[in-house]
Structure formats: C-alpha cells, structure tokens
Design a protein around this ligand. Structure first.
Ligand SMILES: NCc1[nH]cc(CCC(=O)O)c1CC(=O)O
Length: 308
C-alpha cells in the first residue's frame, strides 16, 4: 500500500494517456482540495504501446493496454489507474473495479484528410489508414472501392503519417484529438447516425482496488453519473457480443432525463453486411438494456458473418 496521504495515479505513457491522467489529477485536486504532489502520476509501460508493426487483434490476448497497470495496482505501486474506457477489457482482474467515469468527451469519430472534406469525396482507391476493425468495416460499407490499410501508432504518430502523405485519410476519435489540442487537424466530424462510435469512446474510466475505500471514495467525488449509465449499457452490449477482439462492433448509449437510448451494431469486416438494433429504457435498467440488445443482435447474425 502506498503512503496514506497520497493517491498514486497510474497511466500509460502515450501523450493521450498522459493528458487523461492529468485531467483526472486536476479534477481530484479540485474535488479533494489538495495539491498535485498529493496525487503523483506514475507511468507504466504496457505491451500495446510496444507493438507497432501489426494489428493488436493479432498480438493475442486482451488487456494489451492495461495488464501491466493492473499488476502495479494490485501490488500497491499505484492506487488508481486512468484508462480510455474503449481500451478496457470486459472483465477486470479480481480485486480491481471501475470506481467511476469522468464526464464523457465528444463520442464522435473525426475524418482527417488533406484530399477532400468527406469520405464520400475521396478519390477512387484512396488509401485510408485505421487500426480499428470497426472503422475499417464502416469505411468499406460507405466506400467499398477504397484501399483500407492498417495504421498503427498513437494519435501523434498517425497525424504525422497523414502529413507525410503515407495515407490519404484516417479516422480518429474526436475525444482524443480534443484532449491533445489537435482539433485543428479535423477535416470533418462524423455524425453518430452514419458512423456509430465504439463502445466507451470518449469516456475515461478510473479504476481502484475493490477493497480500497479511500481511493474509491476519492474517485466517487469526480465520477459522472450519466456517463456511468451510458457505459453500463454499452459495456453490457459488448460483453454479449465480443467473443473475440476481431469483431467489428459499435455501440452508443445516451441518457436524456431518466431514459437511456441505445444503438448497437455488428459489421462484417468487409462492410458488406451489418446487424443493428436500437432500444430505450430506464436509466436504472441500463445494463439489462445493453444485454438484451446484444442478445437480440446475436440472434440475427447469419452463419459465417465474421469470416469475410
Ligand atoms: N484505441 C486507441 C484509443 N483509445 C482511446 C482513443 C481516443 C479517445 C477515446 O475514445 O476516448 C484512442 C485513439 C482513437 O481511437 O482515435
């Protein structure tokens, strides 16, 4: 266990992860009325940042962005950890829990290209880079003629690849671009109607040891209820459908008043087919809503759907 007077924040070392850790630190300083030195940030190296030459879906295993942080947290080297909700596996290891989510950033994807203003206007066969199976399938659905290629690396690296002309366009989460101050790189923001975001996109999850009441109470002070409700629905949907990390899945829940509206989708990797559902229900039932939506979609997936 670390010093009682401090709460050590664990994070990956990518620029976006650090921005998210600093946002968490800032919010905790304000909520708890303490200085930054009471909330030290400790960077932990993770496998997902080391592998840059292949899709992470081929690198094997879940939690490539979280495992080493989980270990540090369970050993007591860090007390809370800051994760992009999107990169958090369905099941946390025993002994860790999501203590809260920060208020969600914009959930939408951004289109970035020096060539044109919209995916629809890209030249025939243009090379579009993305590492996300969901984005690859969605792009192919809109434009089967494009050359959709793997693009790895953190947000900064990907923007550099566009600037060097290695790719004609890419898609990135608007949330990450905003947090890095890179909004000016955005060519167009994609409506959730035509381009459904990933489960958890734009949300930051803060984890703690299940038995660490002090850390959990601190995070509860900065936790956003509406984001928690939306994420309960989205993560429940993912849990039902994600047999593997090779499945293009999208899902987005929104809370208005006490009602949750959810939309979820699975796509064939080549974008030729998709199965989609919408559901609404009470906020208290968000998890069940997502689970039922998942079962409903799963029941309509044709045989061989994912084997494109
Ligand atoms: N998988 C990488 C990742 N994890 C979270 C974000 C962006 C921030 C977010 O969605 O909260 C990104 C980059 C991207 O998809 O553009």
């Amino acid at each position: 266990m670390t010093d009682r007077s401090t709460l050590v924040i664990g994070t990956r070392g990518s620029p976006l992860a650090l921005a998210q850790a600093h946002e968490t630190q800032r919010r905790l300083m304000q909520a708890l009325g303490v200085e930054a030195d009471a909330l030290p940030i400790r960077i932990i190296k993770v496998m997902g940042d080391a592998i840059q030459d292949r899709p992470l879906s081929e690198a094997g295993g879940k939690g490539l962005f979280t495992k080493e942080i989980d270990v540090a947290q369970l050993e007591g080297a860090v007390d809370i950890a800051v994760h992009s909700a999107k990169d958090l596996p369905n099941d946390l290891p025993d002994g860790l829990c999501i203590a809260g989510y920060l208020p969600r950033e914009d959930v939408r994807d951004a289109f970035i290209s020096p060539l044109c203003g919209r995916i629809q206007d890209l030249p025939h066969g243009a090379r579009v880079g993305s590492a996300s199976l969901r984005r690859q399938a969605m792009i192919r659905r809109l434009r089967p003629d494009l050359d959709v290629a793997l693009m790895r690396g953190n947000v900064n690296t990907r923007l550099a690849k566009i600037e060097r002309g290695e790719y004609g366009a890419t898609l990135l989460a608007l949330a990450g671009l905003k947090r890095l101050g890179f909004e000016h790189h955005v060519t167009a923001i994609l409506d959730t109607e035509e381009f459904l975001p990933a489960v958890g996109q734009g949300a930051i999850a803060v984890t703690a040891r299940t038995g660490d009441e002090r850390a959990r109470a601190a995070v509860a002070r900065i936790a956003d209820e509406a984001t928690g409700v939306a994420l309960a629905a989205e993560r429940a949907f993912l849990r039902v459908l994600d047999g593997s990390c090779r499945t293009p899945i999208a899902g987005h829940a929104r809370l208005s008043g006490s009602e949750v509206a959810f939309r979820g989708m699975v796509l064939r990797p080549d974008g030729s087919q998709s199965v989609e559902t919408t559901a609404t229900g009470g906020a208290a039932e968000a998890g069940r809503l997502g689970t039922e939506a998942g079962h409903e979609v799963r029941g309509r997936i044709p045989p061989g759907f994912f084997l494109a």
